[in-house]
Write a protein that binds this ligand. Structure first.
Ligand code: ATR
Length: 279
């Protein structure tokens, strides 16, 4: 396959975040590039708090072509972008930057598309017509609400420890569809077909205070986080009636594939990459 970008040196990409040293993204993008016969260099760059603008400038000045942006810089990246995709604009968060020919930064957010593709395509679970619960109203929830609404669930509920924060977020997406907002205690007696954990609780080995009976028969429990061992949320879900469990590894690879497409114009096959990471 010929590579329209194949100059002397491989085009440079990176993921910026903090912490970022254990990121799987370099490995994922190296596999994508190999699969589609392109030469790229993809590294992980740890950025100090407040240092994203400077780090991006430096990367761009040294010929860098595109970036993934991860925790805690997705809102900063949104502010840095000179032009935004509609979904990034809506989310107020950017996880993908592309350096345009004139040096401006194009910002997109591929997180929600990655989640939806993992659920619908890889796991074979339709979102359309289902009741969906999203836990958490931080950066992770921001990226996924729009793409979830576009799948036309029968109802989308957003529950957060701090309810006003969930309300604020729901209002941002009012143009795309209705989001029901509540606190965790309001979930008692309710059940859902898809329960997606977008809190950062799993990161700290914690669990939001969730009531029993949250899962409809056969329901999917999806943690946006992934770890080598099942997260606290997935262990709890498995013991409390969820029919299927999924961590965020598939979403990670799918959002990466979407970023790769934005940069390189080719969509890699994700299945072998997910399988390699699992093994
Ligand atoms: P991020 O951008 O990584 O999502 P964040 O903006 O700090 O981080 O958001 C973290 C989310 O996880 C929030 O919804 C937070 O709830 P609050 O808005 O009430 O702070 C939620 N969260 C974090 N730890 C939690 C815990 N132990 N139990 C329940 N929710 C938790």
């Amino acid at each position: 396959m010929t590579d329209p970008f194949d100059f002397e040196k491989p085009a440079r990409y990176a993921v910026m975040g903090n912490p970022v040293t254990h990121s799987k993204s370099p490995r994922i993008h190296a596999q994508f590039a190999q699969q589609v016969g392109q030469r790229i260099e993809y590294t992980a760059i740890q950025v100090d708090p407040g240092g994203l603008a400077q780090a991006v400038d430096q990367f761009r000045a040294s010929g860098g072509r595109g970036l993934n942006i991860t925790v805690p810089f997705k809102l900063d990246a949104w502010r840095l972008a000179g032009r935004l995709s509609a979904r990034a604009e809506q989310a107020g968060a950017v996880n993908t930057l592309r350096v345009e020919a004139d040096g401006t930064l194009y910002g997109d957010n591929t997180d929600g598309a990655g989640l939806v593709r993992d659920i619908t395509h890889n796991l074979g679970v339709a979102v359309a017509g289902k009741t969906v619960l999203v836990l958490g109203a931080g950066g992770a929830a921001r990226g996924i609400l729009g793409p979830l609404l576009e799948e036309k669930p029968v109802r989308l509920t957003l529950a957060n420890r701090t309810v006003p924060r969930a309300r604020e977020l729901a209002e941002l997406f009012a143009g795309l569809g209705e989001i029901e907002v509540c606190g965790f205690e309001d979930l008692a007696g309710r059940h859902f077909d898809i329960v997606s954990n977008a809190t950062s609780a799993s990161l700290h080995g914690e669990l939001p205070p969730l009531p029993d009976g949250l899962f409809a028969p056969g329901a999917l429990a999806y943690d946006l986080m992934y770890a080598d061992a099942p997260t606290v949320f997935l262990r709890w879900a498995g013991a409390h009636g969820a029919g299927r469990l999924a961590d965020g590894l598939g979403m990670l690879v799918e959002q990466a594939a979407e970023s790769f497409f934005i940069w390189r114009g080719v969509r890699p096959d994700t299945a072998p990459v997910i399988a390699a990471l699992r093994s």
